[in-house]
Design a protein. Structure first.
Length: 252
């Protein structure tokens, strides 16, 4: 891709990730018994999610130098647009789960792990975790209420989300519907990921001073080696001069 295409791809990253994250609450609302305006809002959001994916594909195909190369490199983007439009029959709407695969773009964060361990990186991770807590808990409650005897209201869903994300899992609340299990997978992934980042950041903070000391020692060793090598070279040069003087004396 050229510079213009890369710039547009970066612009679409955040909207696409947000759209993918909205898939779970939309499905949860649609499968719940919530009254208006929630079904209408879910339908509008479903269309908005698909239009975001469609806009990215259309724009990228319009500006990339080689369209077939971009399609071969991004088959998932095109497949989601083709397979998950909102106007498909209700029997095929389950294919919208494939939109969640766009969250794989979050793996790019691994390439910037050092930035994630920074205070700014942890702030964004904490914000994502907090949003997942509320959205996942509310969605779980909406889906499970009525089917799950242990879920009576949204607070039960939030309690479930908190215990799930912290890996405590008291066991008194667990999903009984397929959508609830889907929400549980996403909630666990975000919670475990945030805890991993938090532990990694703490380890980084403790290890950083030791690493700096090791780097300083290595630099001192390198400087000492350079100094020793310089002195050896100077001694060798002196020996050559002495040898040359001795040869002149023997020659005379």
């Amino acid at each position: 891709m050229n510079e213009r295409a890369e710039r547009w791809q970066r612009r679409f990253e955040v909207p696409v990730l947000i759209a993918a994250l909205l898939v779970i609450p939309v499905i949860a609302v649609e499968q719940s018994d919530a009254g208006e305006p929630w079904p209408t809002l879910a339908a509008v959001t479903n269309w908005a999610i698909w239009l975001v994916f469609l806009a990215e594909v259309v724009v990228m195909l319009a500006i990339v130098p080689n369209r077939w190369r971009w399609i071969r490199a991004n088959p998932l983007d095109l497949a989601i647009v083709i397979l998950t439009p909102p106007f498909l029959p209700a029997s095929l709407q389950a294919l919208r789960v494939f939109r969640l695969l766009r969250l794989l773009r979050l793996l790019r964060v691994v390439q910037a792990a050092r930035r994630l361990f920074s205070p700014e990186g942890l702030q964004w991770a904490a914000l994502l975790t907090l949003l997942t807590l509320f959205i996942g808990g509310a969605g779980f409650a909406a889906v499970e209420e009525g089917s799950n005897k242990n879920v009576d209201n949204t607070w039960d869903g939030l309690w479930w989300a908190f215990t799930t994300m912290t890996t405590v899992g008291y066991g008194d609340v667990s999903p009984v519907t397929d959508t609830g299990r889907m929400i549980a997978v996403a909630t666990m992934a975000v919670g475990i990921g945030f805890l991993t980042l938090l532990i990694g950041a703490a380890a980084e903070r403790f290890v950083a001073p030791i690493r700096e000391e090791v780097v300083e020692v290595e630099q001192e060793v390198v400087a000492a080696e350079a100094e020793v090598l310089g002195e050896i070279a100077e001694i060798a040069d002196r020996l050559r001069r002495v040898e040359a003087s001795v040869r002149r004396l023997h020659g005379s």
